[in-house]
Design a protein around this ligand. Structure first.
Ligand SMILES: O=C1O[C@H](COP(=O)(O)O)[C@@H](O)[C@H](O)[C@H]1O
Length: 328
């Protein structure tokens, strides 16, 4: 498997040198998407650290209890129904645990459903996924069952430095043998509105063909959503104070005035994010400690940040390094 992964990676590079990245992973008109799809030392603490050390006691009115960590290297705190908070001494430890978490879920869904639908963010998340492309996962994961999506994308060409696709391709996808036909990047030839509609149609057809599961309310139920969070508390391209955070009808929408450049983006909406079976919120660095505290601390804040609106029907697991958790 290692050698096939290498071969795959090499062939990608060869193609890329003679053509834009879109030759590697299709720039989907959705029709092509459908046909291809058919063919186929951990210290974990609560906001109040004393709270987690006492099984069954409440910290700030929220129940916390000891729990074996997903990394198996320490303890995790569980907050409320289906919410786990994992705090790691270092980003390196976090990356190790995130790889195991993702590989375990991939295994579970691949065995039960024959496919694994995973949604990536851009930003720092991709670096934190680096352990997945190393042994043992490079060889042990059944990459052929993976279907890869983006929770948000910037409306730029795929070979642009701002492209979340390019970031994921360079740091992750080019290093593992995921089938190019199972990588659902946006159509970068379309303007923002069209790209959002095209992506939504694509997702609808993959729901119809059972590649993506469906929730009881008819929404796409991705197996795992890997979310990052910005220093302002944004997730995906859903920014604080922007009306898009309240979008209820669309599965995929667009923004042309993103406060963080580039301004034009498409994004999954909260109904889709919150229909996921599993969501991991991966947050690293002291610059993000404020919104982490807003989301997980005991205080009240009048303005609800987008990250506080992440409340999936399934399990929510936080992966924090100790700097990001420093205000808890
Ligand atoms: O613009 C974006 O920002 C967020 C957070 O990025 P990070 O580098 O601060 O982790 C990211 O999750 C999102 O996908 C991206 O488009």
């Amino acid at each position: 498997m290692a050698s096939s992964a290498f071969h795959f990676s090499t062939s990608h590079r060869t193609l890329r040198s003679s053509s834009p990245v879109r030759r590697l992973h299709r720039t989907p008109s959705y029709a092509s998407l459908i046909s291809q799809a058919a063919a186929l030392k951990t210290l974990v603490r609560s906001p109040d650290f004393r709270g987690v050390s006492v099984v069954g006691k409440k910290a700030g009115g929220i129940g916390w209890r000891r729990k074996a960590s997903v990394a198996g290297a320490g303890m995790a705190a569980e907050r409320g129904e289906g919410k786990k908070v994992n705090v790691f001494d270092s980003e390196e430890d976090l990356a190790v645990a995130l790889a195991k978490y993702t590989a375990d879920l991939a295994d579970k869904f691949s065995k039960t459903r024959g496919s694994f639908t995973v949604v990536l963010s851009g930003g720092s998340l991709i670096k934190s996924l680096r352990k997945l492309v190393e042994p043992p996962y490079l060889d042990s994961v059944n990459w052929s069952t993976w279907h890869v999506f983006w929770v948000d994308e910037r409306v730029v060409p795929k070979d642009h430095d701002d492209s979340n696709y390019k970031l994921a391709f360079d740091g992750f996808l080019s290093k593992v043998p995921i089938l190019p036909g199972n990588v659902y990047s946006i159509n970068d030839a379309l303007p923002a509105e069209g790209a959002a509609d095209d992506y939504e149609i694509c997702v609808k057809h993959l729901v119809k063909s059972n590649v993506i599961s469906v929730s009881e309310s008819g929404l796409p139920k991705f197996d795992l959503m890997l979310l990052g969070m910005g220093p302002d508390g944004h997730v995906a391209s859903l920014f604080p104070g922007h009306p898009l955070v309240n979008e209820k009808e669309k599965w995929v929408t667009f923004i042309k005035d993103s406060p963080k450049p580039p301004p034009e983006r498409i994004t999954f909406t909260f109904p889709v994010i919150n229909s996921s079976a599993y969501v991991a919120l991966v947050v690293v660095g002291a610059g993000k400690a404020g919104p982490v505290h807003a989301a997980l601390g005991n205080g009240q804040n009048s303005d609800v940040l987008p990250v506080q609106m992440v409340s999936p029907a399934g399990e929510l697991a936080w992966f924090l390094d100790k700097e990001a958790a420093s205000k808890l």
